[in-house]
Write a protein that binds this ligand. Structure first.
Ligand SMILES: [Cu+2]
Length: 445
């Protein structure tokens, strides 16, 4: 297995590896590596057909070189340290320094040659999810090819016969390798630059981990009880916002490589599903939605015109998926009177504070002492207070006049006067039916 020393060793090898690349097109292409979990600038094409590059949330696009008309990429499967949020790092497996791996972008009609170097402690392969390609390039270890042994480099080469949104992941010891974070996006842009053109094109993968608070390595045997619900191995409050200029045409591509479905809900807009991993959805086959369920092992892309300025929440609608670790196995105390027991506990633990008797919102506001390397289950602050969120949550920030290619955080939206919910300060008559109510869920003071 790996330990911290192996980790650093793999990183160091990569850095020195960069030096031998780029010398000749007959050798391996450079294996770029990323040491940063922030959203990187999109990679604008410098040759071939024009396209609007995607923005990988808290991720990056893999650079390539062109060798006699073939686009060459170099993926390195290896242990990585991934910052999931400020104060929380996971020891994962990924590609080229990060989990998920970098997004691969190319154009319909391209021939691609992808070198895969295995720096994991065990064998691996890469399956190109959704792609139409020769059987022997499909990446199922044992079925379509021998596994790539540790330390070896294999080459995948095929034509991109259709545009769309695809994923890549191992088809070798999958339970372990995907639970450890090995996955990435593969976006094939249409050959016609005007087909399905948008101004902003975001991609992220849904993934999940079970990492006990205070530890670093996911429990890979977990089937259902995950405690880290991530977008691109990142959790709220540190998933970057989706920054959009007013009136942009926007596409959001979401892939699901967890073991459950995720209804992704975006506020402020209705939108249409325009692409699945099977291909583009014809205009006459689309219907309006405000939540889009992303099935397991699938991707969905939706589009909208950014007509409405504001800070619009985007999140999984399973409420347990907008929580971080520490949120499980907590008994329900709503309606319970913990006053007398709290007095007894304070005799041995003077700072004990009973929580949860009126709901759990107090957990979002408290700065509770935590073990190392975890973050609270509900956290994050907005312009009006605690957000009480975690996990799969971010914000679509639509503003007037953001220049093309600018994805920097514009800060919080200021609601124009008269457009924000306000407090009623007039008379509040007793509702008649409340007099008969026998059950009151709030404990008496
Ligand atoms: Cu979810």
């Amino acid at each position: 297995m790996f330990n911290r020393r192996n980790f650093l060793g793999a990183g160091a090898a990569l850095v020195s590896g960069a030096a031998w690349a780029q010398t000749s097109n007959s050798g391996l292409p450079e294996a770029a590596s990323m040491d940063n979990a922030a959203t990187q600038k999109p990679l604008v094409p410098t040759s071939g057909p024009d396209y609007n590059p995607v923005v990988t949330l808290n991720g990056w696009t893999l650079p390539h070189r062109v060798n006699n008309g073939t686009k060459e990429f170099h993926l390195v499967a290896e242990p990585v340290e991934r910052e999931m949020a400020d104060g929380m790092t996971a020891y994962l497996w990924g590609y080229n320094g990060q989990s998920p791996g970098p997004t691969i972008e190319a154009v319909e009609g391209d021939r691609v040659r992808i070198f895969v170097t295995n720096k994991l402690p065990e064998h691996t392969t890469i399956h190109w999810h959704g792609m139409i390609l020769p059987s022997g390039m499909d990446g199922v270890g044992g079925l379509s090819q021998p596994h790539i042994p540790a330390g070896k480099t294999y080459v995948y080469e095929f034509d991109l016969v259709k545009s769309g949104t695809f994923m890549y992941h191992p088809h070798a010891d999958e339970m372990v390798q995907m639970a450890m974070g090995m996955m990435g996006f593969f976006v094939v842009h249409p050959k016609d630059p005007n087909f399905m053109r948008v101004d902003r094109d975001f991609v992220f993968l849904l993934n999940a981990y079970d990492i006990d608070p205070g530890t670093y390595v996911p429990r890979i045997m977990e089937m259902t009880d995950f405690n880290m619900w991530c977008w691109n191995s990142r959790i709220f409050p540190d998933i970057d916002p989706l920054v959009v200029s007013k009136n942009d045409r926007v596409r959001v591509r979401v892939g699901n490589l967890t073991m459950t479905n995720h209804p992704i809900h975006m506020h402020g807009y209705d939108f249409e599903v325009t692409c699945t991993d099977g291909g583009w959805v014809r205009p006459e086959a689309r219907w309006p939605e405000v939540s889009i369920d992303i099935p397991v092992g699938a991707m969905r892309a939706y589009e909208f015109d950014a007509k409405y300025e504001g800070d619009w929440a985007i999140h999984c609608h399973k409420s347990h998926h907008t929580m971080n670790a520490m949120g499980h196995d907590i008994p329900t105390f709503i309606g319970a009177d913990k006053k007398s027991v709290a007095e007894k506990i304070r005799k041995v633990k003077p700072d004990y504070m009973p929580m949860g008797t009126a709901g759990m919102a107090d957990m979002g506001e408290m700065e509770m002492p935590l073990p190392d390397n975890t973050i609270p289950m509900m956290t994050g602050w907005g312009p009006h207070g605690a957000l009480e969120m975690g996990g799969m949550f971010s914000v679509v920030k639509v503003r007037e006049g953001i220049s093309a290619g600018d994805y920097s955080d514009p800060g919080w939206y200021e609601n124009p006067p008269g457009t924000q919910a306000w407090e009623w300060t007039g008379a509040l008559p007793e509702p008649t039916r409340a007099k008969d109510a026998k059950t009151v869920l709030t404990p008496k003071p």
